[in-house]
Design a binder for this molecule. Structure first.
Ligand SMILES: [Zn+2]
Length: 429
């Protein structure tokens, strides 16, 4: 069956071209028995083993933060070989493949991320036992990359022609230090104002992330002159100031309402056991889905640090030495501009399509992913799982296990792309 026939009124056409209006726009879930879609879905099921091979082979190319180039080039080669010679690598390292639409539909971007959290030198050889694969990055996000490739292959071989343009992406910089720079570039520069719907494939199973957990991360440096621990005793210490600040942070009460968190994750500093420390650095992370809570938390953290600093300097009033504090922002992930819920059209359609695939619909959740960027701009965006199952993401023991319904992950992604971009719409004059 084709996408439900409807009269294309001038208003409907206008709405289709106004991105912010799309948040409320109706989306019709494409039916899995639409002829081209059915060919593509069958293709995805039949090419499951091929897809797993892509997942494994891409995973065996290291892709530490800021060093995604080799994996990106390989991804570009592979997608080009599927019949997309137009695939290109943009100026920040994203692999971008535009597939022209028949016209008159929204532009949809589907992305998986190239980068991992693992530093250079991490062994990325994939161990396979039956349907279980173990390797750092095998799920997060080599699964996402493989899903994008599988969708590309199935669209080509099934001759799926959507109304709107489809842009398939393997992007850089999703993980912590990357600070979403790949998708930030796409939405702020190369495709500014041109994307109507965004989906990233990140994580496993058939879950939807529809709300953006925002975060702020600082590297906070305490500095002072330092001195001999015996000879110069009586002067403030950078490490002592930092310790007081951490104790204050540890006592903070988070704002009420939306879940809000804080963490001091890394501390460094000092010269030797008998040196009054001239330096101390701590990395602090705070998160919330609510922009006001995130701002409140930010103010509370800064106040806790200021009090720690003041207490340490006040502790040694006769000392001319003073400790100073300096903040470096190491990451900002924005919260959503518009609250997306399970009844937001894009989220609802994602659920309808899971149902169409015969699987249970899970309530959508909150997360911190590439979708934070479009969400912060009010552009409808979700992150979807790539099917199957796994665990230990961000650990070298990360594992992925294909399940009998694992192929439904890429099928779901394809159905979403076709539903959002529109397909086979009959326009009644
Ligand atoms: Zn990821």
């Amino acid at each position: 069956m084709h996408r439900r026939t409807r009269r294309a009124t001038p208003v409907a056409i206008l709405v289709a071209f106004l991105a912010p209006a799309l948040l409320g726009a109706q989306i019709t879930a494409v039916q899995p028995d639409h002829p081209a879609v059915k060919r593509a879905l069958d293709g995805i099921k039949a090419q499951n083993a091929w897809m797993l091979t892509q997942q494994v082979q891409l995973c065996e190319i290291p892709a530490p933060p800021f060093k995604e180039r080799a994996r990106g080039e390989e991804f570009r080669k592979r997608i080009a070989a599927l019949g997309y010679p137009q695939a290109r690598i943009d100026s920040v390292g994203n692999v971008v493949t535009e597939i022209a639409g028949a016209g008159g539909g929204p532009t949809v971007m589907l992305a998986g991320h190239l980068d991992t959290v693992f530093p250079e030198g991490t062994v990325v050889t994939v161990k396979r036992e039956g349907d279980k694969f173990t390797a750092p990055g095998i799920g997060d996000d080599c699964r996402g990359l493989a899903v994008v490739l599988s969708v590309a292959k199935a669209m080509k071989e099934g001759a799926v022609r959507t109304n709107g343009k489809v842009i398939l992406v393997a992007n850089v910089g999703e993980e912590g230090p990357g600070n979403l720079r790949g998708v930030r570039y796409l939405f702020n520069s190369s495709y500014r104002g041109k994307i109507d719907y965004f989906m990233s494939v990140d994580g496993l199973g058939l879950h939807v992330t529809s709300r953006a957990v925002g975060s702020k991360r600082y590297s906070v440096q305490f500095t002072g002159p330092g001195g001999h621990s015996y000879g110069a005793f009586g002067m403030p210490s950078a490490i002592h100031a930092m310790g007081r600040a951490i104790a204050n942070i540890g006592d903070l009460q988070v704002p009420a309402g939306a879940k809000t968190t804080y963490n001091v994750g890394i501390v460094k500093g000092g010269t030797s056991v008998n040196t009054i420390s001239p330096d101390g650095t701590m990395d602090v992370d705070m998160r919330s889905e609510n922009v006001d809570n995130l701002e409140k938390m930010d103010a509370l953290i800064k106040d806790a640090i200021a009090r720690g600093l003041a207490a340490e300097n006040a502790r040694w009033p006769k000392s001319p030495a003073k400790i100073a504090v300096h903040y470096d922002t190491i990451g900002i992930r924005p919260v959503g501009k518009v609250a997306q819920t399970d009844s937001t059209p894009m989220v609802r359609v994602a659920g309808d399509l899971v149902k169409a695939l015969g699987e249970p619909v899970l309530p959508s959740g909150a997360g911190s992913t590439d979708a934070n960027i479009p969400m912060s701009l009010g552009i409808p965006a979700i992150t979807i799982g790539g099917g199957a199952r796994g665990g230990d993401a961000h650990a070298i023991t990360e594992w992925f296990e294909d399940t009998p319904n694992g192929y439904k992950g890429p099928q779901w992604a394809l159905l979403l792309v076709a539903s959002l971009a529109g397909i086979g719409r009959t326009v009644t004059p």
